[in-house]
Structures are given as structure tokens and as C-alpha cells.
Ligand binder design. Structure first.
Ligand SMILES: [Mg+2]
Length: 329
């Protein structure tokens, strides 16, 4: 044994986790506004003079936010995706990310797959990982993202006005339907499972909406809850036309009819955007949707009266189940 053998042995648990840095040194995008990235005590970053810094953070816990035994690539991807979705919702352009990872053990295969998932999305949206931390503990992933937005154009929740048309991007219910299938022990429809595990944050739509929308939010908790966040912040209410909620072909084909509306209204994990637009500006939306390659569907209208009212197209009231559809209950 070398003279320092005892010291090395004592340091082993620490050095094992130091090795983890190797998996994250690829950093994703390389950005000019990063003065100093990973490897020092702190990162040094440059924010454009005319922009506000937009910051969002989210923690993903095993069994709470993803199923135990989920693919490490998907966990890495989704931990960044849900954060980029928050930046999209405020209309910010993503720039940097930091990562805090708690792991029961330093498993090389798991880490490589996690990093592959994380960086596949980081490269796609020009995000550079500029710092991180790893500890031993129950599996938990915290990602913080930073982006830029014109301060007077940010899409706040509080900007909606009575008379605004309410839109959603893409389709609703896919992720909840996939989770339901997986929890029932089925393989799950591949298209729906893809929507659950690898949601595409609507970053480009969010940026474009900074010139068009009064308010926006990303749909993480379900349309009903998230539109209610806008309504409360804007001190108004809304009517939702539940028969018009956009359904994907895969969802329509495999969702039990009884669960269609609960999953679309309260399923969560969709990471689409819900936004409110002055009717006079609505005519510009089709071109914007075509440019972004995403569908926009008008699903309701903001009103003075507080609360969210759900109606069928024939005018009858739809009463959502109390408590909604809590997919991790
Ligand atoms: Mg959000």
C-alpha cells in the first residue's frame, strides 16, 4: 500500500462522485456569453443589456414525477424539458442551465444515458450547462434554466383581459393517457409514451407570442388548473368549450371515452402552452402557428366573472370531477 493509501481510501466515496463530472463536461452548446463555465467555483455569464434574466427551476423526484425504473435518457431529457417549458411560457429565449443530481450510486451506464438525454435537448435549444452538483441520496434531479426576455414583453400570467380568446398549442391528454396505460402494466401506445417522456417545450411559440399574447402559461398541472392560474392572476374568469379541446389521433384511438375530458382538462404533463389573445390580434395567429409547425386551437374566452366554466358545444354545463384526474395519486 502506498503511504497515502489510507487517505485515498477515505476519499473514495467523494472521488467516485467527482468522476460524475466527466459525463457532463460535454456541456451541450458552446455559447459566447459564457465567460466561465463548468469547473470553477461559480460560472460567469453575460446577460444582454436590454434583456431581463428569466430564471426557472424544477425538481423531479422518482415515483412522484417519473415512474420508478424510468429510462435514464428520458429522465435527463424531461428534467430539462419541463424547465424550458417554463421559459417558453414567459416568452424567454433559453441560454444556460445548472444541474443538481442526487443519486443512490454512481452507475456509469445510467449517467451516460441521463447525460445523452439532457444534452440532446440542450443542443437543440442552444442551452449550455454552466454548473452542477452531485450528491449521494435518493434519486432526485433539479435543473435551473436561465434565459432572456424583453422586460416589457414577457408573457405574464396577469395580463389576460375579459374578451381575450383562449388558445392551446398542440394536443391535450396524451401524457396522462400514456401514464395511465403504463401504470396499468401495458406497454403503452408509442406516440403517447413519447409525449409523456419527451415533451417538446414550445420555446419558439413562446418567443413569437411575446408580440401577440396578453398572457400565457405552460400546461403542467392540466388545462383547468393552469388556466385558473391565469384567471386568478388577471382577476377575471373564463369559459372553456370542452368539446373543442384538441386531441391527437393516438389519444382519440386509445383513450377510454369516459376519461377523455378528465385527462384533457386535468391530466397534466402536457407541456403545451395556453395563451390569451386580444380578438383583434387573433388573425395573425394562423401564420404564426404555421411558422412554428404547431397547431393552435381556440378553446375558450376570458370573462369578467371569476372562475372557470366548462361547457359543451350545445351550451350544456360540463362539471369536472372534483379533484380532477391526479395521475400520481
Ligand atoms: Mg409553468
Amino acid at each position: 500500500l502506498p503511504a497515502n493509501g489510507y487517505l485515498l481510501a477515505k476519499l473514495m466515496p467523494l472521488s467516485e462522485f467527482d468522476v460524475i463530472e466527466r459525463y457532463f463536461n460535454v456541456a451541450g452548446a458552446q455559447r459566447d456569453d459564457v465567460v466561465l463555465g463548468i469547473g470553477d467555483d461559480a460560472a460567469l455569464l453575460r446577460v444582454p443589456a436590454d434583456r431581463a434574466l428569466a430564471v426557472a427551476i424544477d425538481t423531479l423526484l422518482e415515483d412522484r414525477h417519473f415512474l420508478s425504473g424510468s429510462d435514464a435518457f428520458d429522465i435527463g431529457y424531461k428534467s430539462l424539458a419541463v424547465n424550458l417549458s417554463d421559459l417558453a411560457a414567459i416568452g424567454a429565449e433559453p441560454a444556460w442551465a445548472t444541474l443538481s443530481l442526487s443519486l443512490p450510486s454512481a452507475d456509469g451506464h445510467w449517467l451516460q444515458a441521463f447525460a445523452d438525454g439532457f444534452f440532446s435537448l440542450a443542443r437543440r435549444f442552444n442551452v449550455q450547462l454552466v454548473g452542477g452538483d452531485t450528491t449521494r441520496g435518493p434519486l432526485s434531479v433539479t435543473v435551473q434554466v436561465h434565459g432572456f426576455v424583453e422586460p416589457d414583453r414577457a408573457l405574464r400570467r396577469s395580463g389576460a383581459q375579459p374578451g381575450d380568446k383562449v388558445y392551446v398549442t398542440g394536443s391535450l391528454g396524451d401524457a396522462a393517457c400514456a401514464l395511465h396505460q403504463l401504470q396499468a402494466g401495458h406497454a403503452g401506445d408509442p406516440l403517447l409514451v413519447e409525449r409523456l417522456n419527451r415533451p417538446v417545450p414550445r420555446v419558439h411559440v413562446g418567443r413569437a407570442l411575446t408580440r401577440q399574447a396578453h398572457a400565457a402559461i405552460d400546461i403542467s398541472d392540466g388545462l383547468l388548473a393552469d388556466l385558473n392560474h391565469i384567471a386568478r392572476a388577471s382577476r377575471c374568469g373564463a369559459t372553456l368549450w370542452v368539446d373543442r379541446l384538441p386531441r391527437s389521433t393516438a389519444f382519440a384511438a386509445s383513450c377510454d371515452p369516459e376519461w377523455v375530458l378528465p385527462m384533457q382538462l386535468s391530466g397534466g404533463d402536457d407541456y403545451e402552452l395556453c395563451f390569451c389573445v386580444d380578438p383583434e390580434r387573433a388573425e395573425r395567429l394562423p401564420a404564426l402557428a404555421a411558422e412554428a409547425g404547431v397547431t393552435f386551437t381556440e378553446v375558450g374566452v376570458m370573462e369578467k366573472k371569476p372562475g372557470i366554466r366548462c361547457r359543451h358545444d350545445d351550451g350544456s354545463i360540463y362539471s369536472p370531477r372534483s379533484g380532477g384526474f391526479d395521475h400520481f395519486a
